[in-house]
Design a protein around this ligand. Sequence first.
Ligand SMILES: [Zn+2]
Length: 343
Amino acid sequence: MPLQRHQSSAARCGSTAASAPHCSRSRRSRWSRRAGVVVTVWGVSAVLAGCADASSGGDSDDDGNAGEAGETITVVTSIDVYADLVEQIAGETADVQPMVDNPAVDPHSYEATPQDRLAVDSADVIVANGGGYDAFLTRLAESAGKQDQVYQLIEGENEHSHGDDGGYENEHIWYDLDQMQDFVAEFADYLADEVPDNADLYQENAEALGEELTELKAEVEDVSADGMSFLATESVSGFLLEDAGFEDLTDEQFLAAVEHGDDVSPRLYQQALDIATSDGIGLLAYNPQTETSQSEQIRSAAEDADVAVMEFSETLPEGVDSYVEWMHSQIGDLDETVGRVNG
Ligand SMILES: [Zn+2]
């Protein structure tokens, strides 16, 4: 699945546009990231390089941003996973606000709040996964007239792409480390186009993050799940498990129905129960964030049959702020589970 690099410019106040009149006294919003509470500072400092010079002769040291003032952009992302990756790349030069960072909330059925609307209204860059996953964000961007500020990872319309045959395409690409490496490199370039003054910083940070992702890929390769298979109650962990060597036994029509928030047909449900309790299955991948009575039944049937069950969530778990840390921990758990099942 190709990543899309959106070319349109989000920066309207770059250093080459110091005289742009709309930059002169920008409202500056800062967001408290984890608490989900919007903290708005009605300041006079400018948002981007150049604006500060235009409005206040460069006197923008009062925003607590340690000399980086005037180079801060505001980024809104659909899920906290992308917020963390963007923060790793942009460092102190961006205020990043995810819309979904509560592990008790199912992002698939998330409904944007008035606060989300405000966040999008004042965002310089909007990062969406695409593929139908976070259409709530692209819709907000559209209604705010900010389509051009959207960086969408999965190319094309933000709709589920299912063929007539019920085929399923997995949009949970943040479980695919290769795709995240592409994203990190491309997004650093994108930001560099927006704020050229920070290009070196973005590049350096992206390279460091890319190396961490390379280490994670090596950890996945060390998981020896070759010859093992899994069933998933939802597709979130699919890329990671396949990279670890697992074969996916989940029916695509089952995944498509779950994706649409529908109950799975009795036939597919029974088939899933049969697979989840069969001798050949190595793992049940359970998504607690998209739990339904059917998925709970499949889980308890698997547990009764002594099948290993692992939980994989959509977004960062409680108390975890780092994508790399989260993946490291999940891969470690997977390795342990595989060892136990094979032992
Ligand atoms: Zn999902």
